[in-house]
Design a protein around this ligand. Sequence first.
Ligand SMILES: [Zn+2]
Length: 68
Amino acid sequence: MTCAACGKPLTVYDVGFYRRLVNRGAQSCKCIPCTAAYYGMTEERAWELIRHYQRTGCTLFPPPEKDK
Ligand SMILES: [Zn+2]
């Protein structure tokens, strides 16, 4: 899948973030910078939210990285 706005290849984080904010069943997604810009937030803020979603067990994202 690629970003619907800029055409960049999407990672699981891009897709998860878009689905979390916009629509869980979205078949067409945008990358984190494009989604963040749409919501008027910085990319840093977007990643803070993603870490938060991961820590709270959101199934749209892989589990938080372990220390090993
Ligand atoms: Zn994009």
